[in-house]
Design a protein around this ligand. Structure first.
Ligand code: ADP
Ligand code: ZN
Ligand code: ZN
Length: 715
């Protein structure tokens, strides 16, 4: 009889964290997908290797031979998951402090868990048939471009070193073209090699897909390019996953989840917009796909290329040149493609000198009107959706608080609702103040919906001379469109709205960060940030890094076409025009911004000069949530080896989270900090036992859940 260690999806923090033991008639290699009985259910499992680095084959509970159950069957048509994949999963579970079973099973496509062996066999057979039929259709062909001098230099450096690389390239400098070139060079030189290309957001995948498909399907066949992201149906995801695992897919494009794709011949990983917070998972194992990419590249011998115009300060720091240089290689492409395509001129409007309460300063309005008259497009950016963030009664000071959260409900005028953006609680707008009956309650502040309405008023008299017709004898008024999470709720809506922008049916585009990132707009010559000041004085030490990145990205939407780009502008409305962040932005000087910011981080001992983890706890009351954290902290001194383990560790007191209450759940957190990543990892690994024990003690009573977030992005 063969004893098999098998990983199944185990509840979070359960004692069954390691593989379970089953028996099987034949020896099955590690990585084989199997179905196994657990209680009354039958689950998907992965045969694990007692030699795998999990190191805790001993964790498989000793079971008497007569209790040992046989596996229900192996998933025949699918090759075992490679050792490198198992190592990635093992590392992820251990680094982010989650159970191996949870991470391994969550890394597989959901349909694999649901289908029985025979359903799967049918599915595998069907795929081959459909693919055969589709092969006849060939997409539009796009040939490789001759690289610019800067692009050639970046590629040459890439070829010479092992990496990891940080491609620091201005918006529009041709980073994507470099990715395409490197992928092509790899695939042409190695008949089996695979490449993984990641983007932060689903919204950006269609554009990238189109570019990669047009370039590579004609060269390597229609099966060569597949996508992996959460916008796909479970069946599509399974299909892409199988193509990647089987080696027929040579290029996988995807969002953060794609980092777990099984790619037996992986040779290149590209992480585009590597600074983007979407690469960090906010649930389950809170992994950073960017950081896992670097790890994965190392264990699989694949080259890793991180790309951004505004790199994360971590990656920037890791790529510092010089004698005490970092371990990444920095590649720079400072110029935009095209002889005259300059970055937009940045103009700061000092709002201290504008009419009181004005939303769009008169000179900005004038600049937008001129764009409309010239048939150029403007993008007006405000990172807050809805009509107004608060509804307010001037008589009694009532505000539209959410009864379930420590937040205000946002006023949405379109459907006349008050909606909480944290818990979703929604109500019709009251006719009068619920507290004092005053009928004159008023919106306070401004979101994109209100900005759109306001701009329509302001631009009402601005007509487009090129649109004179029988219907519009003096020209049609400016056409305004709003793009944010509300206007794009329906499937396909975003693509449709973007298509209207691309085809020139829109003069002024109003929106949130959704439109500030990544899109390759050709006719936008003015970008305006209406109210960027909020993040300047935030308590979150990463807020200014995010603001700078976002504004730089937004600026990058302007003047992407050299024909019209010569006079493009980025406008900033601010009460702090002399702020160093805006001064650096005006010069498009990310290195100066990063140097100043890193110096502050160094003095304050913040990342990347220290390493952090947060323990979060949720309960019906703050006392319970904080009590649990305090007890777990108190338990540290009784840990074996407490002395050496805590030598470089600082444990801060438990505090309420900045969003203290969501959907009637109170949230608290505790920060753990260390100048040494290894020390932090050792401590967290050992402390897990204390946290799990505390959960079962009186201090854990009433606790809803707790979780560790390693390298948290928001504190
Ligand atoms: P980024 O990803 O850095 O924002 P892209 O790769 O999207 O830049 O390039 C910006 C524009 O310049 C695209 O329209 C692209 O087709 C074009 N482009 C890039 N490289 C070249 C090149 N070598 N020759 C001509 N056009 C190029
Ligand atoms: Zn009132
Ligand atoms: Zn709420």
């Amino acid at each position: 009889m063969n004893l098999l260690p098998v990983l199944v999806q185990t509840p979070v923090h359960s004692e069954l964290a390691g593989p379970l033991s089953y028996h099987a008639e034949h020896r099955l290699p590690a990585g084989t997908l199997v179905r196994v009985p657990l209680g009354r259910r039958e689950l998907l499992g992965v045969v694990w290797d007692s030699q795998d680095e999990s190191g805790d084959a001993s964790a498989a509970p000793a079971i008497a031979d007569d209790k040992l159950r046989p596996i229900a069957g192996a998933l025949g048509g699918i090759a075992p998951l490679p050792a490198a994949w198992r190592q990635l999963v093992t590392f992820c579970a251990s680094y982010y402090q989650r159970s191996l079973g949870e991470v391994a099973l969550a890394a597989l496509p959901p349909q694999l868990r649901e289908l029985t062996a025979s359903q799967l066999t049918r599915r595998l057979r069907r795929h081959t048939k459909i693919d055969g039929a589709a092969a006849a259709l060939s997409p539009a062909v796009s040939a490789a471009l001759a690289l610019s001098v800067e692009q050639r230099a970046a590629v040459a450096q890439f070829d010479l070193a092992q990496g990891p690389f940080l491609l620091f390239g201005a918006t529009g400098s041709g980073k994507t073209e470099v990715y395409l070139h490197l992928v092509q060079q790899l695939l042409a030189g190695d008949a089996t090699a695979q490449a993984l290309v990641m983007v932060p957001e689903i919204n950006l995948t269609p554009q990238l897909e189109a570019r990669f498909s047009a370039r590579f399907k004609p060269l390597f066949g229609d099966h060569a390019v597949v996508s992996l992201h959460s916008g796909m149906t479970p069946a599509q995801r399974l299909k892409s996953w199988l193509a990647a695992h089987g080696g027929t897919a040579r290029i996988v494009l995807g969002t953060r989840m794609a980092i777990f794709a099984s790619l037996p011949a992986l040779k290149l990983i590209v992480v585009d917009e590597e600074h983007d917070p979407s690469y960090k998972s906010q649930e389950g194992a809170r992994y950073s796909a960017r950081d896992l990419a670097v790890y994965r590249g190392r264990i699989e011998g694949a080259k890793v290329l991180l790309g951004s115009a505004t790199p994360s300060l971590e990656s920037w720091h890791h790529s510092r040149p010089g004698a005490d240089g970092g371990r990444y290689v920095r590649l720079s492409m400072p110029s935009r493609i095209g002889a005259d395509a300059a970055l937009p001129r940045v103009r700061r409007v000092d709002m201290n000198h504008q009419p009181a309460k004005c939303v769009i300063a008169p000179p900005l309005l004038e600049a937008i009107a001129q764009r409309v008259a010239r048939s150029e497009q403007s993008l007006v950016f405000l990172n807050r959706r809805g009509y107004a963030p608060v509804l307010h009664c001037p008589d009694c000071d009532w505000k539209s608080e959410c009864p379930h959260c420590s937040a205000y409900r946002v006023f949405h005028k379109i459907d006349r609702t008050l909606r909480c953006h944290h818990c979703g609680y929604s109500e019709r707008v009251p006719r009068a103040c619920p507290a004092c009956g005053n009928p004159d309650i008023a919106p306070m502040g401004r979101g994109t919906e209100r900005l759109e309405e306001h701009l329509a008023d302001l631009l009402a008299g601005v007509l487009r001379p090129d649109s004179i017709s029988a219907q519009w004898p003096q020209g049609e008024p400016a056409r305004i469109v709003r793009i944010d999470a509300d206007s794009t709720r329906l499937k396909g809506e975003l693509q449709a709205q973007l298509a209207r922008v691309h085809s020139g049916e829109v003069d002024v585009l109003v929106g949130t960060q959704m439109i500030a990132k990544g899109h390759d707009f050709r006719h936008i010559t003015l970008v305006a940030a209406v109210n960027p000041d909020g993040a300047l004085f935030s308590s979150d030490f990463r807020a200014s890094e995010r603001l700078f990145g976002l504004l730089m990205q937004a600026a990058g939407r302007a003047g992407r076409d050299a024909e019209v780009g010569a006079q493009s502008e980025m406008w900033l409305q601010t009460f702090h025009p002399a702020h160093p962040l805006f001064a650096a932005l005006k010069r498009h000087d990310y290195p100066a911004f990063a140097a100043a910011e890193l110096e502050q981080r160094r003095l304050a001992g913040l990342p990347p000069f220290s390493f952090q983890a947060l323990v979060r706890a949720e309960a019906r009351s703050q006392e319970v949530a904080q009590g649990f954290l305090a007890a777990a902290s108190g338990g540290v001194s009784a840990m074996p080896d407490a002395g050496p383990l805590t030598r470089l560790i600082t444990i801060y007191p438990a505090v309420p989270m900045s969003m203290q209450r969501i959907a009637n759940v109170e949230r608290a957190q505790m920060l753990i900090e260390s100048p040494s990543r290894a020390a932090l990892q050792n401590f967290l690994g050992a402390w897990q036992t204390v946290l799990q024990a505390t959960r079962k003690q009186p201090a854990g009573r009433g606790l809803i859940r707790w979780a560790i977030d390693v390298d948290p992005l928001a504190i």
